[in-house]
Design a protein around this ligand. Structure first.
Ligand SMILES: [Zn+2]
Length: 250
């Protein structure tokens, strides 16, 4: 995927990398302007930053290198995100994108195309699965103080359709029976073009979106009775790991 045109701005507000793989892109709304955000992130006392910021005119600014940690998602408050790692600062394993405007604004076309291009490039560069648990809004991490970030104007449905190659229907999806299989699931997803990953909810149901995919790869659990299912599951976690390794050709 081609790298979009990115203007380096920089920020003193970042940390050096910790031992966590990046698993998600977190989208934000600036509640302000791109120029104002450039200044705020350049100001050490603000103690905030993101990796990227996108203007309404489609300009992409970068404040923190991808290998470093930006300070955008640190506070966890009543989260609604199954991939959250308990007790670990979410900044350690996420990439953050700010968008110029106010919560609820309809995103201009130039800004949409820029964020789409940036998402595509990041997905290909860092191997992020195209799923609603790997590309999220800030409100999934803090549903109390950030419930309007990025807000109702953010074009989630259009973005996922475009990231899935223009398909409303998922071609392939991976279903994990436990969150502990996340890394095996991520490898299976990468082998299938960074397809969507679902983690089975606590009520043991199978998400409808997973069942609607054309092919469903199940890791670590019993059949879902999906008509085109690949079961990578054994009698225990060791046999499941062996089944996944064989599928991946490792
Ligand atoms: Zn935010």
């Amino acid at each position: 995927m081609d790298k979009p045109n990115i203007i380096w701005i920089g920020s003193p507000n970042f940390s050096s990398p910790k031992d966590y793989k990046i698993i998600a892109i977190v989208n934000h709304i600036m509640s302000g302007t791109l120029i104002g955000t450039d200044a705020w992130f350049a100001y050490p006392a603000s103690k905030v930053s993101s990796h990227f910021g996108i203007g309404k005119n489609g300009e992409i600014h970068q404040y923190v290198k991808i290998g470093n940690i930006a300070w955008a998602n640190g506070n966890v408050n009543k989260p609604n995100w199954p991939l959250l790692i308990p007790g670990v600062n979410p900044n350690y394993y996420t990439i953050s994108i700010e968008h110029e405007g106010e919560s609820g604004d309809i995103m201009p076309e130039a800004q949409y195309q820029a964020t789409l291009a940036l998402h595509r490039w990041l997905i290909g560069t860092i191997d992020i699965p195209v799923s609603r648990d790997n590309i999220i809004g800030h409100y999934r991490i803090d549903s109390v103080n950030r419930s309007r970030c990025p807000g109702t104007g953010f074009p989630w449905d259009r973005l996922f359709k475009d990231l899935q190659g223009g398909n409303d229907v998922l071609q392939v999806a991976v279903l994990l029976y436990t969150k502990e299989d996340y890394w095996a699931g991520a490898d299976v997803s990468v082998k299938n073009g960074n397809c969507a990953i679902f983690v089975r909810p606590e009520d043991l149901s199978v998400p409808a979106e997973a069942m609607s995919s054309q092919k469903l790869i199940v890791v670590g659990g019993p059949t879902t009775k999906h008509p085109n299912e690949v079961l990578l599951s054994g009698k225990d976690k060791y046999q499941t790991a062996a089944a996944v390794a064989q599928y991946l050709g490792k």
